[in-house]
Unconditional design. Sequence first.
Lengths: 302, 302
Amino acid sequence: MNLSARQLRAFVALVEERHFTRAAQRCHLTQPAFSALIRTLEEAAGVRLFDRNTRRVELTAEARVLEVSARRLLADMELAMEDLRDHAARRRGRVAVAALPSLAAGWLPPLLARFHAEYPGIELHLRDALLDPCLDMVSQGEVDFAVASRRADMSGLDSAFLHADRFHLVCRADHALAQQATVRLRDVLRWPWIALARNSSVRKHLDQALGEAAAPPLLEVEHLATVTGLVQAGVGVSLVPGMTLFHFQRPGLVIRSLAGRALTRPLYMVRRKGRALSVAAQGLHDLLLAHPMSEGAGEAGP
Amino acid sequence: MNLSARQLRAFVALVEERHFTRAAQRCHLTQPAFSALIRTLEEAAGVRLFDRNTRRVELTAEARVLEVSARRLLADMELAMEDLRDHAARRRGRVAVAALPSLAAGWLPPLLARFHAEYPGIELHLRDALLDPCLDMVSQGEVDFAVASRRADMSGLDSAFLHADRFHLVCRADHALAQQATVRLRDVLRWPWIALARNSSVRKHLDQALGEAAAPPLLEVEHLATVTGLVQAGVGVSLVPGMTLFHFQRPGLVIRSLAGRALTRPLYMVRRKGRALSVAAQGLHDLLLAHPMSEGAGEAGP
DNA sequence: CACACTTACGATATTCGTAAGGATT
DNA sequence: AATCCTTACGAATATCGTAAGTGTG
């Protein structure tokens, strides 16, 4: 049997009006069509719901039984559809995004703030993690998408290029390398340098670009903030991508571009293959794509 | 917007099968028809609910939101219809009936017992009251119908004749009137007699039948049981309808028919005019009609 | 190339609205 | 006589099933 919202609305209208013609008007139907609607409901239910003579329309005991359920059902149906439309209109929802620590700290926050200002009803989740956990979270559907780089095994994942994140030299202002506006990579590698841990995307791309021949780093640390401290203390210099430079915009430190062939860490928007984003996630996704990364990004926003 | 049970069932089927063809079979539809059903649901909702390529069908985040509501809505709808069908099949319901005290004590109980045995799910209410309250309860819809006699003002009420309740003489076995198998009314009225109160239907019919000329009663009492006591003590005789005779089937008392023109209290099934009975009430109504009153009725049943 | 969803289209079933019918006050 | 629900019937709409189309692995 097929119960429809229209039948329930007609039933409730007739319960309230106790008058076929007026109830029909309320349902934007002619009276005979309305009459047929009630009849089909009665047939489906197997009970007479209204006692009608031409002068009076009265509820049967069975109609009173149905009335309670009918009102609740209608309310629940409209609530369910409203809920769904809220999600469609991005008035409600949930987006989870994974991002490399550098992006999660610098580029992303102002964009998340903007998204939240526009869609305050949407719950936001940000997972800042290293490359592998980022991509694993996408694979397992734990997050809607990730902003990260790529790895060897990208099976089940779709990636869209976002930005070529150029490496820069960071060193003390009184360092010899700070004298030039642009430095050559081979000049940098003659000095003691600080590297991030091997599981970081920054280090992976650097190793890949430098090859085996390059001098090993003086120190390996986990966090960029530690690199900042070491460089500031004069322990060594470092090579970091543009999106991390906000860590190094401090007095006594300078940032220098690298000459020649661009040394970059390519960044991607990574999603699960063959799987559409939720309306809310698509909204954030589009916002991120509409605000490409730039060297200046990541500075303290308003 | 019009949400239907069929749409919800299709949606849930697809959520569970994640396969259009199989879900369509479960709904007894061809796959294209099923596909259209899902599409209309998506259009009504304003959200894509399934990501389908020819190889895989996946739920969107919005579908997960709807799934919970859809299952609950379907369960509630089926519950509501089941409830209604239970009332139609007299598996559930409620009947309230009013009856004159004599009938409520004698004739009705075995029939109510039989009705309850057949439809144990139906709640029974019996209001034993004098004629006027009985009919008022019908007028106000407090009870479904009454088993009673009629009065002058029967407006808004429909009555169907049930039984002509013949009056009988009751007296002590050693009373002079007890000598004859059948007594004449004018012989009875020469003896002191006990009457019920003037608001009882028994008394009203008796007064109407006897006219002004008859001797007034020695005593007027409220309850038939009191009449029994008075007659048994030899205070007087009494004239009571057949349906009350079970009160007088006691040692030392005799019951005698009246000769000549039948002196009766006509009894009716009284319902509110132009108003159908509930399925449950109709059931009891029919049962009562199928078991006409008889002189022997009202004796202690099994 | 096989499976699975979509589109196209003619047939069927529902539902609608207009008009006539019947009942009640 | 007026009101109001029901029935009748042709028209519009929706839905269905068959068959062809398209895309994915």
